[in-house]
Design a protein around this ligand. Structure first.
Ligand code: DX5
Ligand code: ZN
Length: 217
């Protein structure tokens, strides 16, 4: 499939979210990437249900919810109810990821597993047959605007190999430090979804930047 672009609203203007959502609605952005942080799993706190519910009312695009929270299984139903279409949970945050994945699917959402830069791809072996997407962190989670970690490329190749050898239909999303310089190589490496926060929202022309991210190959 052609790759997708998922702007991360962490870098949006929270004083005027409606304006940024309107801009994204007019743009070629495919998904809205929503970063939920609890101050425990990551050293930052972002936003939760109330904001996601409001975003749900303001767009028809897919809401791709990235949960950076401990024990995500406690809140899966709430995030689905708030409007999530895709729910991704961290491998490192979950006692029983396969159980949690089943819960997400029973809620009629797509399920993703996220791995941090320090977490080896081999840890996906037991879960990859059950999921719709792997979300590969290319920065340590917690903050927007960090630099892309080049070790990500080797991990993408390993994940693609695992997907191919098992003949699975699993999407690969990469998140953190993506810009117009590294995006082409990411797409060539087989990434299906590019998340971008700072690159889009600090651009003087975000719609054009999204267009550029969409049309690289
Ligand atoms: C980091 C978040 C990312 C972040 C990406 O913890 O998961 O989604 O917002 O932001 P940029 O593209 O600015 O690195
Ligand atoms: Zn994210």
């Amino acid at each position: 499939m052609a790759h997708l672009v998922a702007p991360s609203l962490l870098s949006a203007n929270f004083l005027n979210l409606e304006k940024d959502i309107g801009m994204l609605n007019q743009s070629e952005a495919d998904w809205f990437h929503l970063d939920v942080m609890d101050g425990l799993f990551v050293p930052n706190i972002s936003f939760g249900f109330a904001i996601i519910e409001k975003i749900r009312q303001a767009t028809h695009k897919i809401l791709d919810v990235h949960l950076m929270i401990v024990e995500p299984e406690r809140y899966l139903e709430r995030f689905k109810r708030a409007g999530a279409d895709i729910i991704s949970i961290h491998q490192e945050a979950c006692k029983n990821p396969i159980e949690a994945i089943k819960t997400i699917k029973n809620l009629n959402a797509k399920a993703g597993i996220v791995i941090n830069p320090a977490t080896p791809v081999s840890t996906l072996s037991a879960v990859i047959n059950h999921i719709d997407m792997v979300l590969l962190m290319s920065v340590n989670p917690g903050f927007g605007g960090q630099s892309f970690m080049p070790g990500t490329f080797g991990k993408i190749a390993e994940i693609r190999q695992m997907i191919k050898s098992r003949q699975l239909n699993v999407m690969v999303e990469v998140d953190g430090g993506i810009d117009l310089n590294n995006a082409p190589k990411l797409v060539q490496s087989g990434v299906d979804i590019l998340v971008a926060g700072n690159t889009i929202f600090s651009s003087p022309d975000p719609v054009q930047t999204i267009h550029q991210l969409k049309t690289i190959c």
